[in-house]
Design a protein around this ligand. Sequence first.
Ligand code: TRP
Length: 452
Amino acid sequence: MTDKTPSIHGEWSSRFAFILAATGSAVGLGNIWKFPYITGQNGGGAFVMVYLICVAAIGIPIMIAEIMLGRRGRQSPINTMQTLAAEARVDPRWGYLGWMGMIAGFLILAYYSVIAGWAMAYIFKAFFGGFFGTDGGEVKEMFDNLMASPIQQIFWHTVFMFITMQVVMRGVKGGLEKAVRFLMPALFVILIILVAYAMASGSYPQGIHFLFSPDFSKINADAVLTAMGHAFFTLSLGMGAIMVYGSYLPGHVSIAKTTFFIAGADTAVALLAGIAIFPLVFANQLEVATGPGLIFQTLPLAFGHMSGGWLFGVLFFVLLFFAALTSSISLIEPAVAWLVENKNIARQKACVWAGTACWGLGVAVVFSFNIWSGFKIFDKNLFELLDYLTANLMLPLGGLCIAVFAGWMMKQVHAEQELELPAQGFQAWQFLIKYVAPAAVFIVFLHVLGVL
Ligand code: TRP
C-alpha cells in the first residue's frame, strides 16, 4: 500500500471509534427534529421515498468518496483538497471546495445551536413536570412562549455553544468516543418506546400511511431539492465534516462497510422518529405542516400521558441534546482544524474565535423567530434562509464537487487503493460517483432554477 500516513491531529483509536464519531455526527437534530417537520411540510410518503432514494444512490457513494478523500489527504478539508489536487495534477482551486464547506458548517452551526438550545429548554420543562396531562393547545402555547422569548433562547443557545466549544477544545477523540458509545443505543431505545406508544395511540395506521404511501402529486421540484438536500444534511455530507473525520481514520479500514453502517443507523433513527411522531399528530388533530416546532408540539403530549412519561421525557431531551452535541462538533471541526494548520494558532484560541463568531450569528437567528420575524429575504426569515442556503444549495454543490473530484479528477488507481473493494463493488461505486450522483444533483438544480 502507498502513503497511508497518520494524521497530524492524531488518529481514532479504532475503526469502531470512527464509526461512533461519524454516526454521532450523522445522527442529530436532522433526524429527529428536521426530518419529521420537512416530511410534514412536503406531504409525506412521496417525499420520504425521494429522500430514501437520494440516501442510497447519492448519499452513500458520496460518503464513501468523502471519507476516502479525507483519509488520503490527512488534513483539514481545504488542505486535503489542495494536496490531492496536486497529487492528481489538477487545478489547485479545488481547495475552494474546502472553503465552501467550512463556511457551510459555520452557517449551519449558527442555527443548529439555537435549535439544540430549544431541546435543552425542554429538558427542564420535562423535569419540572411541564408536560403532565397537557393537551394540544397547551403544548403549542408552551412552544410559542419559548419562540416569543429572545432571552430564553439566547440563554440556551449560549450554553449549548459554550459546551460545544469545550468539547472541541479538548480534541474530537477521548470524551466524544466514550459518549457516543452509550448515548446512541440509549437514543434508539427511547425512540422504540415512543414508537410503541404511537402504535397504541389509535392513529398509528394513519401515521404510517402518511409516511409510506407515496402520492407524487404532492411534490414538486422544490420538494425534491429539499429531500436531496436533506440526504446530504442528515449524513453530514458535502462540507468536509466526514472528510475531516476520515482524515483521522487508520489505514486499511473498510470505508464501504463503515459507510453502510452509518447510513443505515442514520436512516433508522429518522424513520423511527417519523413513526413515533405522525400518529400523535393525527391522534391529536394537529397540523402536519407545523414546521420547525413539530416535535416540540407533539412529543410532550406522549410524555404527558404515557406511564413513566416523566422519566422518558427528561431522558429523551437529554439524549436529543447529546445527539445535537456530537453533530455540532463536526460542524465546527473543519474550521478549527484549518485555523490550527494555517494560522498557526493553538486549538483553544481557534475554538474561541470560531465559536464566538458562530454564536453571534446564532443570536440573529434567535431574533428571526420573534422580533425580526417580519424581516424576510426571498420570503424567508433568517433561519429559513440559512437552512435553504446550506442544506439545499451549498451541501449538494459541495457533494457534486466531491463526486466529480473522486470520480473524474483523482487517479482511479488511488481510489482503488484506498477503498480496497472487490472489483464489482468498485465498479458499482464508480458508476454512481461518476454519473449518477453528479447528474442527479445537476438535474435537480436545473429543475429548481426552472431551466428544465
Ligand atoms: N447530520 C447532522 C444531523 O442530521 C447535522 C450535521 C453535522 C451536518 N455535521 C454536518 C450537516 C455536516 C451537514 C454537514 O443533525
